[in-house]
Ligand binder design. Structure first.
Ligand code: 89V
Length: 346
């Protein structure tokens, strides 16, 4: 496979893991880094042996646009439209961190700008690439539990997420953009598109700006009803961060993704007793991963691999800009529902 050359914009907390995740793949070469705080980019360049460092994105693109194949934008959400436009204008393919944009108009503009410039546009949305989520999807696709009609999806935690990512405490819109964009994407991955949605939000932590609890109820096109609970205020017996727990009931049985990656599939036997099979869908462990985030950090590699395969011309990207626009639509529909206390028809 041809080695693709790329640059990274943004060397914050997430880049600390996204860079080594790229280096798990063979057919990429990181040519340049750009960050508004030069010292941090210099530190990354030294650590990851990158030749060129810039504080200014125009300078990076002036010097390297001709040799680059794509740019990976790993910056805060407010800058995504700006950097995506800068990169697309140079006719380079774009990967952008989730959440795609701070509002739906900006997201629409990003998709449209990339379409107009004829460049490929992807969102780095990694949660659907977690090993237990992929395995759960395989159980659903096998037909073992029949036609799914009901699901509970839960991401409830009291993990001190603000210690590593202090900016999250300053967001006016917090849990639905940060975790909601992941969890609602998992729902789309498992159950398809939603036709309507209702949401309630709460702020429990007095030291943050945005909401830290959100409950979303969706009816999917398939007819399945999906109940999604998200919280960063849940002091529970078992702290499972960053695991998503899922229960799906179908016409012929049920499947439960429990803590520590256990998937239990229950079906009825002909004599009407039930049979439960258990499997563990453990993620790979990388030595560069933060143990608290190991499940998520492993999924960065699989997400990158999927996007790289598409960039290599082999197709198959899951989280294209167009696809992720449907996820971000759910996020902002959830805010609208919470604000108006209305069911939103999608
Ligand atoms: O992936 C993320 O968006 C991170 C975390 C896993 C903490 O939510 O902010």
């Amino acid at each position: 496979m041809k080695k693709l050359k790329f640059a990274v914009i943004g060397t914050g907390f997430w880049a600390t893991y996204q860079l080594p995740a790229w280096f798990e793949l063979e057919s990429v070469e990181l040519v340049a880094l750009c960050n508004r705080t030069r010292a941090r980019a210099d530190d990354f360049a030294q650590r990851f042996d990158v030749q060129h460092v810039y504080e200014n994105v125009d300078e990076l693109l002036d010097r390297h646009a001709d040799e680059l194949d794509f740019v990976d934008i790993i910056t805060d959400v407010d800058t995504h439209l700006y950097f995506t436009t800068k990169v697309a204008e140079r006719q380079l393919d774009v990967i952008c961190q989730k959440p795609m944009a701070p509002n739906l108009d900006a997201a629409r503009q990003m998709v449209e700008t990339c379409r107009q410039w004829g460049v490929r546009f992807y969102i780095h949305e990694n949660f659907r690439w977690q090993a237990p989520i992929r395995q759960l999807k395989a159980v659903l696709d096998s037909g073992a539990i029949g036609e799914p009609f009901k699901a509970n999806v839960s991401f409830c935690s009291a993990f001190p997420v603000f210690d590593n990512q202090p900016f999250l405490a300053q967001l006016d819109q917090f849990i639905l953009t940060d975790i909601g964009s992941h969890i609602l994407d998992i729902c789309r991955f498992l159950f398809g598109e939603a036709s309507s949605l209702y949401c309630q939000t709460t702020r429990v932590n007095p030291h943050i700006q945005g909401e830290d609890v959100a409950n979303v109820l969706m009816r999917m096109h398939s007819g399945l009803v999906c109940n999604v609970a998200m919280s960063y205020a849940s002091i529970l017996e078992h702290e499972v961060f960053p695991q998503t727990l899922v229960t799906v009931e179908g016409s012929a049985g049920s499947v439960v993704l429990r803590r520590d990656f256990e998937i239990r599939t229950t079906v009825r036997r002909p004599d009407r007793s039930v049979d439960t099979q258990s499997q563990i869908a453990r993620p790979p462990i990388y030595d560069w991963a933060d143990p608290d985030y190991a499940l998520v950090h492993a999924s960065i590699v699989d997400c990158n691999r999927n996007l790289l395969t598409d960039l290599q011309g082999l197709g198959g990207a899951e989280t294209t800009g167009g696809d992720n626009f449907e996820t971000i639509r759910l996020v902002y529909a959830a805010y609208e529902s919470a604000r108006t206390n209305q069911v939103i028809t999608l």
